[in-house]
Design a binder for this molecule. Structure first.
Ligand code: PNS
Length: 160
């Protein structure tokens, strides 16, 4: 069984993430969307909230699982019996950071491969940070996040 992990902060999930999730889930038998618990990064949504939002958004994708992890991604991968890390690339500006992480993860575990997927052009401008800024300032985020979780995200951002 080919299992891939799509790791990230997902603070919160966007339509750019959903595009990668849908496309990667067609390639692998199982895709695990893994929310990182990073004690060094201040997040807007709690890990539990982020997991819940993603679960709602992927409910129609039967081979997609949602989980969270703390610590090294390669350790989580081994625990899940997964060998492929999925990362989305939006622009050249993403490349250097992703390149470093991919090489470092391969050094930590040579059995693990990172697979990059180019985001669809219509989401190339999209990030969780932009969604948060627009949402907090009362702008329309309707086309930026999955419809099913739009009210939850709007409510949280207006109150944060
Ligand atoms: O959505 P993000 O914040 O760009 O995701 C970054 C993430 C979660 C992929 C990265 O921070 C990560 O893998 N963290 C786990 C800790 C780890 O394994 N660090 C070494 C990576 S080289």
């Amino acid at each position: 069984m080919k299992i891939a992990v799509y790791p990230g902060s997902f603070d919160p999930i966007t339509n750019g993430h959903m595009d990668i999730i849908k496309r990667a889930s067609r390639i692998f038998d199982k895709l695990i969307v893994a929310v990182v618990r990073n004690p060094n990064k201040v997040a807007t949504f709690t890990v539990a909230e982020r997991v819940e939002l993603i679960k709602k958004a992927v409910k129609d994708l039967p081979n997609v699982e949602v989980d969270h992890f703390e610590g090294l991604l390669v350790d989580f991968m081994r625990k899940k019996n997964a060998r492929v890390i999925i990362k989305g690339l939006r622009a050249v500006s993403d490349f250097e950071y992703e390149f470093q992480m991919a090489l470092m993860n391969r050094k930590l575990d040579p059995n693990i491969e990172t697979l990059f997927m180019m985001t669809s052009y219509k989401y190339s401008y999209l990030s969780s940070s932009v969604v948060k800024e627009i949402g907090r300032l009362g702008g329309c985020i309707g086309e930026l996040v999955p419809e099913v979780v739009l009210p939850d995200i709007q409510k949280k951002l207006i109150n944060s």
